[in-house]
Design a protein around this ligand. Structure first.
Ligand SMILES: NC(=O)c1ccc[n+]([C@@H]2O[C@H](COP(=O)([O-])OP(=O)(O)OC[C@H]3O[C@@H](n4cnc5c(N)ncnc54)[C@H](OP(=O)(O)O)[C@@H]3O)[C@@H](O)[C@H]2O)c1
Length: 341
């Protein structure tokens, strides 16, 4: 059944494109400095998420972060198609998707990408990420302690086999940029050595409690735009990604204090901080008020330099999305995924 996108959007809620900060990629292409995430299958239906994508496009979002693994690209495709019918041009959008771990074999890459394009009802993607640098998968609903018997540590030769297929996809006009995701500097240095077409984006967890300053600066020095996932500390993430020691980002006193001063939600402080720092955050929400205030926040009332410095102190190197379900048998801890062991 077709999704009902009927929605009353007051004209005064629409945010003019020229007010939204842009990032210039090394190709010269422009990308909005913030976008909408589309993953949260645990709590929301695919239709809810598609309606949020439609509403977001209508109020001014143009960067939409998708992935085949989120299993909702068909519904999001309907939202994108409806937005185009309503006059939002494809060229003004920046649509990204991701190749899932079980489709890394070279012969699978282009057919999988074509399926994503068909689902999203698009001829090309603005960027296509390799979602994780491993072929490791997990069963639906996997718990922390589950290990897939085929899981292996990072193998650069295998990664490049996949990456070179993305280079072919650029040559074929199916994608405009290549993105890496969940990488480390150690892995990325090898990719940059062996790539013909450099990645333009790197998607990574980044929020005030996990700012990754060295990796962030390294990416910028290499002309790769850092895209921040879980920019609000992912308060609604699945249970398998929760640990007792995790920091609740939105409750950090410095963030709460700044939020009070500006009369905004702590989540909005995180969005402002991310954009002012030079990231491209992709916060998720299906709630109109939330995704509207997130976008609006980057067009007004910036944080002061002193506030930006206060937020720097919130960083405790607290990774939330540790990827435990991708570990192999015998791995000591999730740190092995991040080259820390
Ligand atoms: N590359 C990867 O491996 C990877 C991994 C994770 C995520 N991602 C991408 O990044 C996106 C964002 O990350 P995320 O969903 O993990 O976390 P997030 O964006 O940090 O947090 C999302 C949650 O924050 C709350 N929120 C959003 N705006 C708010 C506002 N203005 N005021 C109050 N609360 C607000 C919402 O909770 P309520 O619903 O309770 O209001 C929402 O569910 C994903 O959707 C996905 O597209 C990519």
């Amino acid at each position: 059944m077709a999704i009902d996108f009927t929605m009353h959007i007051p004209q005064t809620d629409v945010i003019a494109q020229e007010r939204i900060p842009q990032r210039k990629l090394y190709t010269g292409a422009l990308m909005p400095a913030m976008g909408l995430g589309t993953f949260n299958n645990d709590r929301f239906s695919f239709e809810d998420i598609a309606r949020a994508v439609y509403g977001a496009l209508r109020i001014g979002y143009r960067l939409i972060d998708c992935a085949a693994a989120y299993r909702n690209e068909k519904e999001i495709g309907e939202a994108i198609a409806q937005a185009q019918k309503d006059g939002i041009s494809r060229e003004s959008m920046f649509i990204t998707s991701k190749l899932w771990n079980d489709k890394h074999r070279p012969e699978d890459v282009i057919p999988t990408l074509k399926q994503t394009l068909a689902d999203l009802q698009l001829d090309y993607l603005d960027a296509y990420y390799i979602h994780w640098p491993f072929r490791n998968t997990h069963a639906p609903g996997a718990q922390k302690e589950d290990r897939h018997p085929d899981s292996r540590p990072y193998c650069h030769e295998l990664y490049m086999e996949t990456y070179w297929e993305l280079e072919k996809a650029v040559d074929m006009g199916l994608i405009r940029h290549i993105g890496t995701s969940n990488m480390t500097r150690v892995k990325l240095e090898q990719v940059l050595r062996d790539a013909r077409i450099r990645p333009a984006l790197n998607q990574m967890e980044m929020h005030p409690s996990f700012a990754q300053p060295e990796f962030f600066e390294y990416l910028r020095s290499e002309g790769i735009q850092p895209v921040a996932f879980s920019p609000l500390g992912s308060p609604t993430r699945p249970d398998r990604d929760r640990d007792e020691a995790d920091v609740p980002v939105l409750q950090q006193p410095a963030i709460v204090e700044i939020a009070k001063k500006h009369g905004i939600h702590p989540a909005v402080v995180c969005v402002k901080w991310a954009v002012q720092r030079g990231q491209a955050p992709i916060p998720f929400s299906v709630y109109y008020n939330e995704y509207h205030s997130n976008l609006k926040s980057v067009t007004e009332d910036p944080l002061s330099e002193a506030e930006m410095k206060e937020i720097e102190k919130v960083d405790t190197n607290c990774r939330l999305i540790k990827g435990v379900v991708f570990l192999w048998e015998g791995a000591k801890s999730w740190k092995a995924l991040w080259d820390e062991e």
